[in-house]
Design a protein around this ligand. Structure first.
Ligand code: ZN
Length: 481
């Protein structure tokens, strides 16, 4: 028999409001779930329940969705990437440094597990993990399944990549045939994930970047996504360098080119799309990219923190939404704290637009929940509604970061910390209890990640064009005595 859990008389529930296709506060009411789905939202649940959670001093939230991260690698860069910029490639983001810290098989697993702990503990219940299909595949899908978070497995493929031989030039190297072979391996992996017995693994086709995939690669990726009825994600308009390269190659902005070759559409997610034609660093002769995104129904996954670290920002999240673009959020690099990511998204949008009303708290939360679900074509995620997946976060309203409580979603997004997230359920299964992740030994994962980071730092001279040591590339922020 399937066990039913009842959250009884919760002070606040952020429930789905069908009429407005948005969220609404429901006060002093119940949420019940059975198996992996919600069976009741409202006052006075009268059915049986094997387990009852007292809802006093709690806000029940739908779990958020992080639709763009690289959990397997980015955590290796913590304490290394924060203040790095390439002197001769200013405004181009980290082309010189991106590949310096290389994970190995063991630390990739540790990094993934540690990242998922951060996500779960911040109330996030779905991630899209964009990882490099060059990694060994053995056991990868089962490892993702065991983390407990709902995962869109998105192995990225590419026809080439960029690097710098000297800290000034931006050079592409191509291997188109090998890239297509990798696509076959990536699709096998996706099919394995989709058949995973946990029911929490899903597939997403990953064409790495607009400037590193050929038209043929995009065609094949699009067809593979369509055949499987799953989304496609690629990085696009993420740097000035990429824009210049695409104008040089095609006389088109990256967004324009993707539209021309048929990649834009409701089944496509673009990571970033920050350096579009209207961005002041781009200085393009016309501003039509937003219109192209909106008209095609393409979703954009916004990762504000990573770009803020490089001195760049979307202009603006509120503006993109107002233009009709479906927006989602991602943490991309680290930390994988979706509360912090929502806060940065909200604040950066206000700064970028100079406007308070253009992106309100409810819009930020919509982006991290319903907007993301829309991007995935899912009507059972990002909402608390009968029939939706029981992906839930219970927020402790007595946590100091939440008090005084007047409007708890505003408190959470603009003042709250992950410490206020008490319990988290994914598909009805409890993954966080009293702020402890049940599915992963977080300390153990972090110990192994530390060892992995140490190994990666040792290898920096082998990866760097100038053979510099890690502490030469990224000196400590204070003198070391
Ligand atoms: Zn990315």
């Amino acid at each position: 028999m399937t066990e039913t859990t009842l959250i009884r008389n919760a002070d606040w529930i952020v429930a789905y409001d069908r009429e407005n296709d948005g969220h609404a506060y429901l006060l002093h009411a119940d949420v019940a779930f059975s198996g992996d789905a919600i069976v009741h939202v409202g006052k006075d649940y009268r059915g049986e329940a094997e387990r009852v959670i007292d809802g006093r001093d709690l806000m029940v939230l739908p779990g958020t969705l992080d639709l763009h991260l690289h959990a397997y690698m980015e955590m290796h860069g913590k304490g290394f990437f924060e203040d790095l910029a390439t002197k001769h490639m200013w405004m181009t983001q980290l082309f010189e440094y991106t590949w310096l810290l290389q994970e190995d098989e063991e630390s990739a697993v540790a990094s993934t597990q540690a990242s998922v702990c951060d996500l779960l503990k911040s109330g996030c219940t779905t991630m899209a993990e964009l990882y490099c299909s060059g990694l060994p595949h053995h056991g990868w899908v089962d490892m993702l399944g065991a983390t407990g978070i709902r995962t869109y497995v998105c192995p990225m493929v590419q026809s080439g990549h960029w690097y710098t031989p000297n800290g000034r030039d931006h050079v592409y190297t191509w291997y188109e045939e090998k890239g297509l072979e990798n696509l076959e391996a990536a699709l096998t992996l996706i099919d394995t994930a989709m058949a995973h017995p946990s029911g929490r693994l899903h597939g997403m086709v990953g064409a790495a970047q607009a400037d590193t995939c050929t038209e043929e690669m995009f065609d094949r990726c699009r067809a593979a996504a369509e055949t499987r009825g799953i989304p496609l994600q690629t990085h696009a308009a993420q740097s000035v360098m990429e824009h210049r390269e695409m104008v040089r190659r095609h006389g088109r902005t990256p967004i324009e080119w993707l539209g021309e070759i048929g990649v834009l559409g409701p089944n496509t997610l673009l990571g970033h799309a920050i350096n579009i034609d209207q961005h002041p660093w781009i200085n393009h002769h016309e501003h039509r990219d937003l219109e192209r995104l909106a008209e095609s129904g393409t979703s954009v996954v916004h990762c504000p923190r990573a770009f803020a670290q490089w001195g760049d920002m979307m202009r603006s999240l509120g503006g993109y939404r107002a233009a009709g673009v479906n927006m989602a959020l991602g943490t991309d690099c680290y930390p994988h704290d979706m509360i912090e990511e929502m806060r940065i998204a909200g604040l950066m949008s206000k700064v970028a637009s100079g406007h308070v009303d253009l992106l309100r708290t409810e819009d930020v939360f919509e982006t991290a929940t319903l907007g993301a679900a829309r991007a995935l074509g899912r009507d059972d995620l990002g909402r608390i509604a009968t029939g939706a997946k029981a992906d839930l976060a219970l927020i402790d309203l007595r946590h100091p970061s939440m008090r005084p409580v007047r409007d708890p979603l505003k408190c959470l997004i603009y003042s709250g910390t992950a410490g206020a997230v008490r319990d988290v359920f994914v598909g009805g299964e409890q993954m966080v209890k009293d702020q402890v992740v049940l599915s992963i030994d977080q300390d153990h994962a972090l110990d192994r990640l530390q060892e992995g980071q140490n190994r990666a730092l040792e290898r920096v001279p082998d990866m760097d064009w100038a053979k510099r040591r890690a502490d030469e590339v990224s000196p400590f922020c204070l003198p070391v005595r």
